[in-house]
Design a protein around this ligand. Structure first.
Ligand code: ADP
Ligand code: MG
Length: 703
């Protein structure tokens, strides 16, 4: 008993942050469960649950001075209330203030009780984003409170707004964080970055930084806080980037502790593969192949990312690497994120490998029953190459001796899935080599952080004979003209993609949009064979449509963004992207990469719905001005930040709390320096940092 007490006591001394949230007064099981949904289980999780943004309720803005696009707090008296039913019920409340200007508050969801409270003469204080309305400035769905009289005090400090979840309001989470902060230990206990490494950075202490971001004092630099440039945020961003870097480095180190089979081979299959190709590898393809061959011949696992713009020819490099493994008697698995793409790889590999007497095995979700058992049996026995989707990682899939795992379009999978497939090939302490292909060009600074666990090779040269794609942006008012253009193109024997996009990325809505476009185009372009593919088609139907398009039997393919990834039909030379303003640069670039693959001059038409936001305009301009994936990636990073760029909405891999890779890129060299020193000399502090910032995610560290 006493021993137990002592050890708990020591634990708390060492890290008060490790106590469960239930140690705070008022936190019962229900609240604890809500907190757990957003990843908060310990006191320190509350310390590091950082505000998403701030609302400035420290002052009142006269209505006359309101600026469209900015959030503001306003106080005024209700002049008029109007209920209307234009399209849907709405409530308009007009207020005025001493600046003798009017502001309209609009509500689309409202209750009767609410309407009754909003009588002319009532004083309101409201907060929200100002926009241009039909009759001047307006705020849609402002937060508001009724005031008994003028002169009620405004907030003393900025109001932090936290990420939260259902059943957990801003007030509640704010007060819990305040309680947790009372337990924040003294500086020297809290800091995990050793003082000697911290000193040259000239940053404020962690304790001060946390207190400032959660409870910004009245005299805070409001502008800096809003822009994420406050010294407190810089301090936290540094630590967050450092932690991220450490976790990837650790991941890499632990993977490299395993052995891997040496896949040196005699080169015979690789030579036969190249001899049978109708083209020669580009210089870049040869260089990257050599880098891969070097890694494969080592007794520790390769962890290599091959970056190459769309159409740069990554697949043949992957096939070549696969032959290195097969030459050494090992199996290779190639996994792609979508069935469409996996099927295409299967077709390519089957064609390339047939002269070598190798037939790839196919394993996707739709492979069922007998075909599936046959595939599984082959994997357990003599299969040399298998191509498939996530199905490769499912239970019941077992390999004889997996030596190399190749993953296409890595950002759609994420670290954990990569590990899952690798573990299929684990044999005792030995794991397969990993090769990751991605078409998302990533700026260097970003790559060093995002892929700190991988070595990077770049295919920076396109195969010869490609013609650049001419890109135009047209308003949707010119839709009919565009449709005419399609008719002409098809009459010349060219093939055309029509891509439908939606804001809400539910497959159902996207499929419906594609069906509508298909019907419209069919009625305008009678006599033309028009295909339709979207994510909700049965695989066999999808296959049929794609086959017809590939074979040229169908001239126009209406598709959702399912074709974004990897589809390769060289005769397609015109692409129309509907609502192009909704897509990010990386996605537009991927889509456009589907044309310009043959020798014909290609065109990409970006149809947009006016009016364009400033951001959308910049994106469309960038698309018109360059086709270089790396330039586009830099621009994208600058315009919208790295999370989107890396497609992490699916993987959660790079969602930072305060850091912003675009904004904080200049810190990365220091992050890497401090990181190396800590890994070498302070491994325990590294552990604690990762646990603090990444928490549950840290379980991948033991990989
Ligand atoms: P991505 O890098 O986008 O995956 P792919 O591997 O699909 O590109 O290659 C695009 C097209 O270019 C394919 O049709 C492929 O056969 C062809 N290709 C690849 N390498 C070369 C080369 N060195 N010369 C000519 N064509 C090539
Ligand atoms: Mg590809």
């Amino acid at each position: 008993m006493p021993r137990n007490l002592t050890s708990t006591g020591e634990q708390n001394m060492a890290d008060a942050g490790l106590a469960p949230v239930s140690a705070l007064p008022g936190v019962g099981p229900v609240l604890a469960a809500a907190l757990e949904r957003i990843g908060i289980t310990r006191i320190q999780d509350l310390w590091f649950h950082l505000p998403l943004r701030y609302e400035d309720r420290t002052r009142l803005t006269p209505i006359r001075d309101l600026r469209v696009g900015e959030s503001a707090q306003v106080e005024g008296t209700i002049e008029a209330v109007e209920r209307g039913f234009r399209f849907r019920p709405q409530l308009r409340v007009v207020i005025s203030d001493d600046s003798r200007s009017m502001l309209c508050l609009r509500f689309f969801n409202f209750r009767r009780a609410q309407v009754e409270q909003l009588q002319p003469g009532t004083r309101l204080r409201c907060y929200g984003m100002v926009r241009h309305g039909a009759h001047g400035a307006e705020i849609v769905h402002p937060q508001y409170q009724r005031l008994a009289a003028a002169g009620v005090e405004v907030a003393e400090s900025l109001t932090p707004i936290y990420p939260t979840t259902e059943g957990l309001g801003q007030k509640r989470i704010g007060s819990l964080i305040a309680l947790a902060l009372e337990r924040l230990p003294a500086d020297d206990e809290l800091e995990l970055i050793p003082a000697s490494l911290r000193a040259p950075l000239h940053m404020i202490s962690l304790r001060e930084a946390l207190l400032r971001v959660h409870q910004p004092p009245a005299d805070s630099d409001v502008q800096a806080l809003g822009a994420g440039r406050h010294p407190a945020q810089i301090r936290l961003a540094f630590e967050e980037l450092l932690t991220h870097h450490l976790s990837l480095k650790r991941l890499r180190a632990s993977v490299r502790e395993h052995g891997a089979p040496r896949l040196a081979g005699d080169g015979s299959l690789r030579k036969a593969l190249l001899d049978a190709l109708p083209f020669a590898l580009t210089g870049a393809q040869r260089r990257v192949s050599a880098e891969i061959a070097h890694d494969l011949a080592q007794a520790e696992p390769m962890l290599r990312l091959v970056q190459g713009d769309v159409g740069s020819g990554k697949t043949i490099v992957a096939a070549w690497a696969a032959m290195a493994a097969v030459e050494s008697g090992f199996q290779v698995a190639l996994m792609a994120p979508t069935e469409l793409l996996a099927e295409q790889h299967l077709r390519n590999l089957a064609a390339w490998l047939a002269p070598l007497g190798i037939e790839p095995v196919w394993l996707a979700g739709k492979v069922k029953g007998k075909a599936r058992s046959a595939a599984l049996e082959a994997l357990a026995r003599d299969a040399q190459v298998v191509v498939g989707t996530h199905a490769l990682m499912q239970q019941g899939v077992a390999f004889r001796n997996l030596g190399l795992v190749i993953i296409d379009e890595q950002h759609r999978f994420g670290v954990h899935q990569r590990l899952a497939l690798r573990d299929k090939g684990r044999e005792g302490a030995r794991v397969p080599h990993q090769l990751v292909l991605t078409a998302t060009p990533i700026p260097r600074t970003l790559a060093m952080t995002a892929y700190a666990d991988l070595d990077v090779s770049v295919i920076d040269e396109l195969p010869p004979g490609r013609t650049p794609v001419a890109t135009v942006a047209l308003s949707s008012a010119r839709r009919e003209e565009v449709i005419e253009r399609i008719r002409l193109a098809c009459a010349e024997g060219r093939q055309v993609y029509w891509v439908c996009t939606l804001i809400e990325e539910t497959e159902l809505l996207e499929a419906q949009a594609a069906e509508v476009a298909h019907a419209e185009l069919s009625s305008h372009l009678q006599g033309l064979e028009i295909g339709l593919v979207h994510g909700r088609l049965k695989p066999a139907e999808k296959q049929k449509v794609m086959d017809a398009f590939r074979a040229g039997r169908c001239a126009l393919l209406v598709a959702t963004t399912v074709i974004e990834v990897g589809v390769d039909v060289p005769n397609a030379s015109l692409m129309v992207i509907e609502n192009a303003e909704r897509l990010g640069l990386a996605q537009l670039h991927q889509l456009r990469g589907r044309v310009g693959r043959g020798s014909q001059a290609s065109t990409c038409v970006l149809l947009y719905q006016p009016p364009l936001s400033a951001l959308a305009r910049e994106r469309l301009t960038a698309m018109r001005e360059t086709s270089d994936g790396f330039v586009i990636a830099e621009k994208d990073l600058q315009l919208r930040g790295p999370g989107e760029l890396l497609g992490t909405r699916q993987t959660g891999r790079l969602e930072f709390r305060v850091a912003d890779l675009a904004r904080d890129a200049s810190m990365l060299p220091q992050v890497q320096q401090v990181g190396s020193a800590m890994l070498a000399d302070h491994p325990q502090s590294c552990e604690r940092l990762v646990s603090r910032w990444i928490g549950g995610m840290a379980r991948f560290a033991g990989a």
